[in-house]
Design a protein around this ligand. Sequence first.
Ligand SMILES: CCCCCCCC/C=C\CCCCCCCC(=O)N[C@@H](Cc1ccccc1)C(=O)O
Ligand SMILES: [Zn+2]
Ligand SMILES: [Zn+2]
Length: 476
Amino acid sequence: LRDKAHQSAPRIPSQFSQEERVAMKEALKGAIQIPTVSFSPKELNTTALAEFGEYIRKVFPTVFKTSFIRHEVVGEYSHLFTVHGSDPSLQPYMLLAHIDVVPAPDEGWDVPPFSGLERDGFIYGRGTIDNKNSLMGILQSLELLLIRNYIPRRSFFIALGHDEEVMGVNGAQKISALLQARGVQLAFIVDEGSFIFDGFIPGLKNPFAMVSVSEKGLINLMLQVNTTPGHSSAPPKETSIGILAAAVNRLEQTPMPNMFGDGPTKMALQELANEFSFPTNLFLSNMWLFRPLVSRLMERNFVTNALVRTTTALTMFNSGIKVNVIPAVAQAIVNFRIHPAQTVQEVLKLAKDIVADDRVQFHVLNAFDPSPISPSDDQALGYQLLRQTIQSVFPEINIVVPGTCVVSTDSKHYLNLTTGIYLFNPLYLQPQSFRTVHGINERISVQAYERQVKFIFEFIQNADTDPKPVPHLHEL
Ligand SMILES: CCCCCCCC/C=C\CCCCCCCC(=O)N[C@@H](Cc1ccccc1)C(=O)O
Ligand SMILES: [Zn+2]
Ligand SMILES: [Zn+2]
């Protein structure tokens, strides 16, 4: 009966009553008020994480009581939902989000960061963009669909990690292992990491949606110099601090090679060409001739620079114990974000060659390669479903391009389950709102959150229908 009923399930319009709209924003505010902060892999607010588990049970009762949805807690605080669709011949997909947030001291905030207060149409608080908006948006959309008696055709999973901000080893990594042990293979995954970008690229007139199809890799590299300690009144010619400072300065002053052309960025710029005015439009449409010029132009801005090369960021520097003691040890951490066309080993070799000083020891704290590039062609189901849903929920957006994600997400733990990993958060992001992510006054407009819920509500239904043919440029 269930199969028959859902072969031709009527489309449910993504319209929500005033009461539902109030309930959905209040639910997000409540989620923000639970301080699920990750300080380090061993320092998580486990009380808040447990409370969060209770909270989602309370605000999404239908999700938890629906017979075809299985809920499991993994790694103590992460959550995995298996939504069994009515058509087992369709390959399942998975939606990701994370529960934890980075710390947020009160200083500088207009309202306390865990208050979830609404001001001038915005909900403020840590996690409103990263990433309780996605988490609550996914469960909220599913709750609303279930209330309308929707039964999905295509099975899907929802994986909510509890430690993404500290590498995801106990959350996403364990969920991934569990699904692998069950023999699950996914059509695609959707996670955070990219947006509708507005105002990031100089000269670009209109906002555009970027669905990231690859994620940069990462190395946290500790450099250490040991020298003989002693009295500062008769210092040696070089100290551990001086040797290390020179080494990290060489790294900072010697950018990794520009890899423009190897990765999704070139394709994205070609698709964006007509959005620029002369002469940039000419350069971008004739990359066969202007590629070296475009590649240099990309380096001029720190955001576009991050898209064309492995970046080198000096993030920590520690040494010294007293004003008049030459320290024995100096340590620094360098955070590399690896371009999709390079590997951890290649970047380490380049870094050693740049430092070129045997007194500097290298210790890799953690590292992973960039994720492979997921398909974005006409046959790529996940990409096409996102494109189709963007076009219907954000009709004012003319361009959807594949891109590279410059940050790291939980999706890296799921490479064993699928070749289609797509990073997209259905929100506008301006440079000033980007600064609030992990910063101060992180906030989302009530209207933007409602649109996010609408997006997921439509996306789930789109995944149950045959994808629409892709309109090509000449048809637009
Ligand atoms: C033309 C387009 C320009 C695009 C550039 C704009 C860049 C903005 C893109 C995304 C911004 C916000 C994404 C929110 C997700 C943040 C994920 C994150 O912060 N992950 C951590 C993971 C991590 C890594 C290492 C140690 C601990 C945690 C990260 O990458 O640092
Ligand atoms: Zn995040
Ligand atoms: Zn984050």
